[in-house]
Design a protein around this ligand. Structure first.
Ligand SMILES: [Mg+2]
Length: 307
């Protein structure tokens, strides 16, 4: 299978760019007026990463360091990045968990219950989707294992599976970009392995098929909050309504409101995986810090994927 390095870069950089553009609106009720996002999009001011980007990069770094997924290294990497910037937007639960791991508690013992079916594992899953892109079965396994380190709730794991398969299917897709939605959405729906999420994915498919995909309809029907059953279908829907335009995908994802950084990060990862880094507007790239490091990590994941 031919795996294109520019699309690996697009996925990882797209995740970070989406996070940065969504972050200023996190928690805002959706749908946002078009002008609210347009004002941010045409601004020149630097943007900032949140936990979505920090954890995505930490997962990529661990995969590159170990040549494979190693839960102990991954837990240590997440904890080290958390300690550098604990105010990056982590949920209270994840922050406390990473603090215990940072203090020396083994990751399995650091958990206090399975947590909630939140999007905390799905939001950072792009690196495993890329490193295993040649083998969708391995994408699922690695998505589950990477999720379990911090988000073992079955719903959170299902979200990671779904988002990972969406990214992997997009990065492998060979037809015209504007026709990619069906293949990506259907593969992601089948990967969910969770009845609630599967049903919500079906609702997303209906919305895209019926062309009722204004931000109002999607915000009303799917929601865009931090629950997996809202944010993962919302991100995939944002991608599927206009898969050949990275800017449209991220704009739509942010306009849904609510968990804007995560939904835009997930949607940006899928669009970037399909379209490559060249599809990300230059004016946005210039405002996002540390993208050289993200690009280099994408290249190292590509080298692992094709070895
Ligand atoms: Mg965040």
């Amino acid at each position: 299978m031919r795996l294109d390095r520019a699309r690996f870069r697009g996925a990882l950089m797209g995740a970070v760019v989406g996070d940065c553009l969504g972050a200023p609106f996190e928690g805002a009720p959706g749908p946002l007026p078009a002008e609210a996002f347009a004002a941010l999009a045409r601004d020149r001011a630097p943007l900032a990463w949140t936990d979505d980007s920090v954890m995505t990069v930490a997962l990529a770094e661990s995969l590159v360091r170990c040549g494979d997924l190693d839960e102990h290294d991954l837990a240590a990497g997440f904890a080290a990045r958390w300690a550098e910037a604990p105010q990056a937007g982590y949920s209270t639960r994840t922050g406390e968990l990473l603090a215990r791991i940072h203090a020396g508690t083994p990751w399995r013992e650091a958990h206090r219950g399975a947590g909630r079916p939140s999007n905390g594992a799905a939001m950072r899953v792009a690196p495993v989707a890329l490193v295993a892109a040649g083998d969708l079965g391995r994408v699922l396994t690695l998505a589950e294992r990477s999720a379990a380190v911090t988000h073992p709730h079955p719903g959170a794991v299902a979200g990671a599976r779904t988002q990972a398969v969406a990214i992997a299917t997009a990065v492998r897709y060979l037809g015209p970009a504007r026709a990619a939605a069906g293949a990506v959405v259907e593969a992601a729906r089948r990967a969910a392995g969770d009845p609630v999420l599967e049903q919500r994915m079906a609702a997303a498919v209906e919305l895209v098929a019926a062309d009722q995909t204004g931000p109002q309809e999607v915000a009303d029907r799917l929601g865009a909050g931090l629950a997996v059953q809202e944010s993962v279908p919302a991100a995939i829907c944002a991608f599927a309504r206009q898969p050949d335009s990275f800017a449209s995908v991220v704009t739509f994802a942010v306009r849904l409101g609510s968990d804007t950084d995560t939904v835009a990060s997930m949607a940006g990862a899928i669009a970037g995986a399909l379209l490559g880094e060249g599809a990300i507007p230059r004016a946005w790239l210039e405002r996002v810090p540390d993208l050289e490091r993200v690009r280099a990590l994408a290249d190292e994941l590509h080298a692992l994927a094709v070895r």
